[in-house]
Design a protein around this ligand. Structure first.
Ligand code: TRP
Length: 315
């Protein structure tokens, strides 16, 4: 991990414009801050998706196309704290479905918590945790004779460019068997006055989350970033529906990163791109899956029309 981290940081900070890959947000401090983000008044995404999972559980289960007596795997990519999935798991169990829940996450810390929480709350649940970077390995999708339902929630697809999303959806579809399904949770395209505060909350939690990436470089790679000389600066392109988080250098500065044996120069106002959060509508989703064997089967939305959970069938 640390080698990957070093290589990715070296590559990202050597690029023009500079970038840092957002998957490194999630160390223990990052996991903690992200849980706080999901609770923020401005961060509507989690609540909207939670509402769909809580209020439309029966319809959602129907849309998964499984039969109670036939075992299946329910794989969640980037499971996080599993709060949304909890409603679904609970109802599937009480409806007598025979399934194994396979949460996949890059954070071992998050998976341990999730496993302990579910063991306690749902002792009958069959669970197999898979730690890893699902972009690289699509772990948890090894050969299996059972049908599969994949959950990819939290608008996590939106943290990829459309080009990468397409490639990811193609790769994912190749791991699936005809009849398998994917539940894709995505944030809807909407105006800047709703989207921007979600990425720039008044308590500064999102800022701390983004800046934690620099703390992590300091700690793990002997970096010498001074956090007060950078600022979290999100932007939203309303026309295209793309939010981007930047870390902006507040002064001209040279930053040493010991483990890389290198110095990186920043000019005042220079921005490091750390995260994109794409917002969607159905035409954009159709474009992304155009060259894949996925087909849109059922679309769920929340009562405020902020968010979509789309069930895709792998033909
Ligand atoms: N995928 C979610 C989103 O785009 C959650 C998320 C990922 C996020 N990285 C983030 C939220 C950075 C805030 C900041 O909103």
């Amino acid at each position: 991990m640390s080698d990957d981290f070093a290589n990715d940081v070296a590559e990202g900070l050597s690029a023009t414009p500079k970038t840092l890959p957002s998957k490194y947000f999630y160390d223990a401090a990052g996991d903690d801050l992200f849980i706080q983000i999901m609770d923020l008044p401005e961060y509507y995404l989690t609540r909207a998706e939670m509402e769909i999972f809580r209020e439309q559980t029966d319809s959602l289960i129907k849309a998964l196309g499984q039969r109670p007596e036939k075992p299946f795997e329910l794989v969640e990519l980037g499971a996080g704290d599993g709060q949304k999935t909890f409603h679904l798991l609970k109802k599937l169990l009480s409806d007598g479905y025979d399934f194994t829940y396979v949460p996949v996450d890059i954070s071992a810390n998050v998976l341990e918590h999730l496993k302990n929480f579910l063991k306690k709350e749902l002792p009958d649940l069959k669970i197999r945790i898979e730690q890893g970077d699902y972009f690289k390995r699509l772990k948890g999708l090894q050969e299996t004779a059972q049908p599969r339902v994949i959950l990819y929630l939290g608008s996590n697809l939106g943290n990829l460019t459309d080009e990468k999303s397409k490639a990811f959806m193609e790769k994912l579809s190749r791991r699936l068997t005809p009849g398998d399904r994917l539940v894709l949770g995505v944030d809807k395209k909407k105006s800047a006055d709703i989207v921007l505060p979600a990425y720039n909350d008044s308590k500064g939690v999102t800022a701390a989350f983004n800046l934690n990436l620099l703390t992590r470089i300091n700690r793990d790679l002997g970096g010498e970033f001074k956090l007060e000389q950078f600022r979290h600066a999100p932007e939203y392109d309303e026309e295209n529906g793309i939010a981007i988080s930047y870390l902006e250098s507040l002064v001209d500065q040279d930053i040493i990163i010991g483990a890389l044996d290198r110095t990186f120069n920043f000019t005042k106002g220079e921005k490091i791109k750390v995260e994109i959060s794409r917002k969607y509508d159905l035409p954009i989703i159709r474009k992304i899956i155009a060259d894949t064997p996925f087909e849109i089967e059922t679309v769920f939305k929340d009562s405020q029309d902020l968010y979509l959970d789309i069930v895709l069938l792998r033909d």
